[in-house]
Design a protein. Structure first.
Lengths: 164, 662
């Protein structure tokens, strides 16, 4: 994305820290997800949506919305789990721990979707893209809006020949 | 000040190349950094166009450790210009490193510096490199190529509650790359005034499944394979003519070495990793210095080392999991008519439970069985020419959250049982306050260690004031003890600047040392030495510009061991005086394909009326003509002064290193 820089007149590229982008994306994802209880985006819920993170400190300063509460994992109850700053095996263990529960899992690992994660951040040409594992979302009883799916790369565990 | 010619030429060449490289550099594109509110107001399509700040725009991070702690990353290791592990450690604040002979390095933490320094622990992937018999590290057989090192963690101060009794004044934990990180081939050739060396490594996948996302797009990545193998071989020759050595006899000559190693890692069910690694090393040299107590020169020395290690690591949650490690190590040192062979079998099991309320428990059990056999020569004799001992240990640690995300207390205890003779409880209490941009910590620890085999049973001769003394052992040595009081704080001033300051006051008791009898010309090993070590370490990490990083540091150590009388002590006795070590590391990315790094260091010591000071520079210039090729010019020079009439400046060195990935 380019903005005009008033001092130089040249176009300026928007750049942001990876954690800031992950935090913003995560908060925006909530708007497009429906949980089995019918709760979506926390808008009609009395209590805020709880986002648990493996490194909550790294994201704390970017979570300012009152309808979303950031907590350090482990927590008893949460709607979203953000797995960042962990090694692949820890990521695998955490995904195993919440498998089948109505918790939206967000992370960044080449094997994240393969391990059963739902939304995986994928750096691509210096930008942040994301990949969605629809099967994992469905098994957890969550629903993701088609608008978000259109923007995402869809992960398929066993892509058919037509994919090529 | 006399500037040696090779160093001058290297410096001039670096300046010329730096200027040329700088001229090549283009202008950076302008960019704007938005805040969270701005990004939150953007739509998803807009967010997907925001560029991610690359890791090169590295932000300063605090370590979240209640202790004096430094981590060297893969990039730090590469940019140190080091050709071996001891040289890497020169960049670390508070760690004193000096090459004292062609194949020997003196490394010290918190004042205990010496070739046979026995007061800190050095680990390679969890396996101690410290010799169980001599308590020091024989570096001539620890030849892992630096290109295979992933990370080095340095802990200053006692962490015996976690690492055990050898970690008296610190722990240096070397972590190697997994075989998955060593895929493909690499050739590293080094040649210069310090000889030549060649390293080759190759890694390949063994088995695994692949999967892909929607084809051809960003998510169409290939998942990693699940089993990998890597192998390496390295050999080299060092004539030994440039080694800094301050004695009046020449350094050891004609060092020849060769090493071969492998590592295989297998990942299963995403949470488990099995690793097998090993190496075999052969080293030979015309020994000039020998070991201090031999008092002779012109010996032939050969060292052999082989080890095999198996490790299993299962993650069960955040900071939680099981680890098992088993290893066998075989060392053989032949020095003239003496041969020492040690074999070490070890196993340990660790479990880190997941956070339970306020508590995060870690516990472990381990055992080490070691045996040694000595074919005594005419210079050294031990009470028993073969020896074996079984050491058992267990530890438990609880990290208690006093204030969520802010205040933590760590209580730990390790119990070491050394054979049938010694049991050493080693408790610690640590408090860490984690602010938004700062950390404060205090720690109190008790440590204990068993005297090494040479102290307990050695019979040999040592030289003091020109006279030889016959060393005998008293046969009833006590555990060496330490009470340590530490405090420190770290502060991140901005994304570009952080500093770290720590203070310590260590009280030692019952250290083994030689008690000299001038009448009978004997020296008896006794547990009589007591004293204190106090000091401070301060370091700054400043990203001055995106292409320039400065890392100054200063360490001051005061050692007070009044009962230690004069020279002749075996191993690495403490000083009785002041030791100051200042460093400045400058890392400069001159242009896209050029880097220029300098490490300057000042050392000054005053002990028992003897003064010694040293100023040294290590320089590295890198040119990357292609993405898979690096050429480095490495050079170093030292200037010293001492009231020792035999002192002489070491010769400057210069060399080239060519790295090719294929």
């Amino acid at each position: 994305m380019a903005l005009a820089c008033p001092e130089t007149g040249r176009s300026a590229t928007l750049k942001a820290d990876a954690n800031l982008l992950r935090a913003v994306f995560t908060q925006r994802f909530i708007k497009y997800v429906t949980w089995p209880s019918g709760r979506a985006s926390g808008a009609q819920a009395d209590a805020p949506v709880v986002v648990a993170a493996t490194d909550a400190r790294a994201l704390r300063r970017y979570f300012t919305r009152p309808d979303i509460r950031l907590a350090q994992w482990p927590v008893k109850d949460c709607q979203v789990l953000v797995i960042i700053g962990t090694n692949a095996r820890t990521t695998g263990a955490l995904l195993k721990r919440v498998r089948g529960k109505p918790i939206l899992t967000v992370g960044q690992d080449p094997n994240f979707a393969r391990m059963g994660g739902m939304i995986n951040f994928v750096p691509f040409r210096g930008r942040m893209r994301f990949q969605i594992n629809i099967e994992a979302v469905r098994k957890a009883g969550l629903t993701i809006s088609s608008r978000l799916l259109k923007l995402a790369d869809i992960y398929q565990e066993n892509p058919g020949p037509s994919q090529e | 000040l006399r500037l040696p010619l090779p160093f001058v030429w290297s410096l001039l060449l670096c300046c010329l190349l730096c200027g040329a490289a700088r001229a090549e550099e283009g202008e950076n594109a302008a960019h704007t950094t938005p805040d969270a509110a701005t990004l939150m107001s953007m739509d998803m399509e807009g967010l997907m166009q925001v560029e991610v700040v690359p890791p090169a725009g590295r932000k300063q991070r605090l370590s979240n450790v209640a202790g004096s702690y430094t981590v060297l990353t893969e990039e730090d290791i590469h940019r140190s210009g080091a050709l071996n592990v001891p040289e890497i450690l020169r960049t670390v604040p508070g760690v004193f490193v000096r090459q004292v002979d062609t194949d020997k390095w003196s490394i010290g933490v918190r004042g205990f510096a010496g070739t046979f320094s026995s007061k800190f622990l050095i680990l390679l992937d969890g396996r101690p490199l410290t010799s169980p018999s001599m308590a020091g590290v024989v570096w001539s057989i620890q030849l892992m190529p630096v290109e295979l090192v992933k990370r080095i963690e340095i802990v200053r101060g006692p962490w015996t509650s976690l690492w055990g009794s050898d970690s008296f004044s610190g722990v240096i934990n070397i972590i190697s790359k997994t075989s998955e990180e060593l895929q493909g081939g690499q050739s590293v050739t080094a040649a210069g005034s310090n000889g030549v060396s060649q390293m080759l490594r190759y890694g390949l996948p063994l088995e695994g499944a692949e999967c892909s996302g929607a084809g051809g797009n960003a998510a169409g990545m290939v998942a990693s394979r699940t089993a990998h193998l890597s192998m390496y071989a390295k050999s080299g020759y060092d004539p030994g003519v440039n080694t800094p050595i301050k004695h009046d006899h020449p350094s050891s000559r004609d060092w020849k070495y060769a090493t071969f190693g492998f590592r295989s890692d297998w990942q299963n069910a995403f949470t488990d990793q099995l690793s097998i690694q090993g190496s075999a090393t052969l080293s030979g040299i015309d020994e000039a210095v020998g070991v201090p107590f031999l008092g002779d020169i012109g010996l032939e020395k050969t060292d052999n080392n082989a080890y095999l290690q198996f490790a299993w690591d299962r993650a069960t949650g955040l900071d939680a999991g099981w680890q098992f490690r088993g290893a066998f190590t075989n060392n053989r040192i032949t020095l003239s008519d003496m041969e020492l062979q040690t074999m070490r079998y070890e196993a340990e099991l660790l479990h880190a439970a997941e956070q339970m309320g306020r508590h995060l428990f870690t516990w472990g059990v381990g055992g080490v069985y070691f045996t040694d056999r000595i074919d005594e020569g005419r210079r050294v004799r031990l009470s028993d020419d073969s020896y074996s001992r079984l050491d058992i240990n267990t530890f438990v640690q609880d990290r208690i959250t006093l204030l969520p995300e802010r205040l933590f207390m760590t209580l730990g205890m390790k119990l070491d049982a050394f054979g049938d003779d010694y049991i050493a409880p080693q408790p610690t209490a640590r408090l860490l306050y984690h602010g938004d941009d700062s950390e404060y910590w205090v720690a109190v620890s008790r440590a204990a260690r068993v005297p090494n085999r040479l102290n307990e049973e050695g019979h040999f001769s040592t030289k003091r004031d020109g006279e030889f003394y016959r060393v005998v052992n008293s046969g009833d040595l006590d555990l060496e003890e330490l009470m340590s009081y530490e405090a420190g704080f770290r502060h991140r001033v901005s994304d570009d600047i952080k500093y770290d300051i720590s203070f310590y006051y260590d009280v030692y008791d019952s250290l083994a040392a030689l008690d000299f009898d001038d009448v009978n010309r004997t020296a008896t090993t006794r547990s009589f030495l007591r004293g204190t070590t106090s000091g401070a370490d301060a370091s700054l990490d400043w990203l001055v510009r995106p292409e320039l990083t400065l890392r100054p540091s200063l360490s001051i150590t005061l050692q007070d061991f009044p009962e230690l009388s004069g020279p002749g002590q075996v191993g690495s006795p403490p000083m009785d005086g002041v030791f100051i070590n200042g460093k400045l590391q400058c890392l400069w990315d001159i242009a896209a394909r050029w880097q220029f790094d300098v490490l300057g260091g000042v050392l000054s010591s005053e002990s028992r009326g003897h003064n010694w000071s040293n100023l040294g520079f290590d320089m590295r210039l890198q040119w990357r003509p292609k993405d898979n090729c690096r050429v480095e010019l490495l050079s170093s020079v030292e200037f010293g002064s001492s009231d020792d009439p035999n002192y002489r400046d070491p010769e400057p060195t210069a060399g080239l290193r060519l790295t090719w990935d294929f």
